[in-house]
Unconditional design. Structure first.
Length: 169
């Protein structure tokens, strides 16, 4: 594996874990009655029972996220392309798109329990814009920005950790 592919995989894992943590935080905020996340927890929601279920789902989703990270690491490990800089730039662009999609889906997953998919977009039509306005809150925007910040900083941190680890041999 190239150092860049390892750095991308580690950074993607960090962004995905941050997204799951942010989703759990938004759901906990809504279940606590804060309502700032825009999640309707319903009357008499049992916070502990709900969080137990959320943590179980988050663990299952993290397993799927780990599979995505392994695939991402494998993609970067292929044969040396004729234009390695262009290939590396394309893979970093894919990383950025995955990180942005993940960050955007944090509030969606907090409300619906699942990320936004193409069939959901097709079925929602024009009503989606109204929903976005309703759920555009400080907590949701902060959660998205936090995931984007982790995704932006993680590659540099992974590179630094790799250099420190190689130096200890």
């Amino acid at each position: 594996m190239t150092p860049a592919s390892v750095r991308r995989a580690v950074a993607l894992l960090a962004a995905l874990v941050a997204a799951r943590a942010a989703t759990l935080a938004l759901r906990a905020l809504a279940a606590d009655g804060g309502g700032a996340a825009g999640v309707d927890s319903g009357p008499g929601a049992a916070w502990i029972g709900g969080m137990r279920d959320d943590i179980g789902v988050a663990a299952a989703v993290l397993a799927a996220d780990a599979a995505v990270v392994l695939i991402a690491a494998r993609v970067g490990r292929g044969r040396a392309p004729r234009a390695p800089r262009a290939a590396d730039a394309c893979l970093w662009a894919v990383y950025a798109l995955l990180a942005a999609y993940t960050a955007f889906n944090v509030p969606v997953a907090a409300v619906l329990g699942t990320p936004l998919t193409a069939p959901m977009l097709a079925g929602a039509g024009g009503a989606l814009a109204d929903s976005v306005r309703v759920y555009l809150t400080a907590a949701n925007a902060g959660a998205c920005l936090a995931v984007l910040a982790v995704a932006g900083v993680a590659p540099a941190l992974a590179a630094g950790a790799g250099r420190r680890w190689r130096g200890r041999r």
